[in-house]
Design a protein around this ligand. Structure first.
Ligand code: PMP
Length: 281
């Protein structure tokens, strides 16, 4: 398959310097964009978020967003990707290893590749379990950086317990999950952690808030506690490509009726209509 290396589409290969700052420090930013029926979903929103992440870590993107967009579209076409994801990252570049930013002569390194992935229709329809774990991350979770070790450890705990996700809490407050945002339903209204420094403001999360507004389902961007999570009527997690996954059980606690709730199903159906034109299921 082909990859994007800076602004060239080329055969995938080992082109990364051992002193690339992404590799050594996790000093870089990334995005994952879903591709449905050969079309990237909400690419502009993802690239806008990349721009914001770049600004927050003072990384100067080497290419304009419009060039990046064209390159990524070209990559999808070159790989004839129909269903899957685009992964892209920009590291601060390769330089002798000193913690501080390198000089202006060092240009950030952009890489992107695609991966075929089936749609997760079955787990989205049937739901899955989650575990709870303490959120041990730093205080700028709003930036989509390459530093993912706490997320990796949390997801590993989930997998070891046959769960799809690890839901994170800072003390009593539920923040998000290892690689997704968390919503709960209580008395017909949705609650999700506000978009501040404690969570990544998911593109899927934002779209769901917008769709719920159109559906007249109230969304409260307010924090909720671990107890409120466990006693919610419905819980679901949201992320690129896995869309919306109903959570049926958290640790040993069954959520609601133990099957996907009506509001969750409604939101999922509405979200699917973004890429399934004509067919709704
Ligand atoms: N939170 C975290 C920590 C994530 O890594 C992700 C992305 N997988 C999300 C939330 C969901 O964001 P998005 O909907 O933009 O994929």
């Amino acid at each position: 398959t082909k990859m994007l290396f800076n602004d060239q589409i080329m055969e995938r290969g080992n082109l990364i310097d051992i002193e690339d700052r992404g590799y050594q420090f996790g000093d870089g930013i990334y995005e994952v964009i879903g591709v449905y029926d050969g079309k990237p979903l909400m690419m502009d929103e993802h690239l806008e978020r990349l721009e914001r992440s770049a600004r927050e870590v003072q990384l100067k993107l080497p290419d304009s967003i419009s060039v990046l967009k064209r390159n990524l579209e070209e990559l999808v076409a070159a790989n004839q990707l129909n269903e899957g994801i685009i992964y892209m990252q920009v590291s601060r570049g390769a330089a002798q290893r000193w913690h501080e930013f390198p000089g202006l002569d060092v240009t950030p390194v952009t890489v992107a590749y695609t991966r075929e992935e089936e749609r997760m229709t079955e787990v989205e329809n049937q739901g899955a379990n989650a575990v709870l774990t303490e959120d041990i991350r730093w205080l700028r979770c709003d930036i989509k950086t390459l530093n993912l070790l706490p997320n990796v450890m949390a997801k590993q705990k989930a997998v070891e317990n046959n769960a799809v996700e690890a839901i994170l809490h800072r003390g009593d407050t539920v923040t998000e999950a290892s690689a997704s945002n968390v919503f709960i339903v209580k008395d017909g209204e949705l609650y999700t952690h506000p978009a501040n420094n404690f969570i990544l403001n998911g593109i899927t999360r934002r779209k769901i808030i917008q769709l719920c507004d159109e559906l007249n389902i109230k969304v409260n961007e307010e924090t909720f506690t671990v107890n409120e999570l466990l006693s919610a009527d419905e819980v679901f997690v949201t992320a690129t490509k896995s869309d919306i996954i109903p959570i049926l059980k958290i640790d040993d606690q069954t959520i609601g009726t133990g099957s996907p709730g009506d509001i969750t199903k409604k939101v999922l159906q509405e979200f699917r209509s973004l890429y399934q034109h004509g067919v709704k299921n």
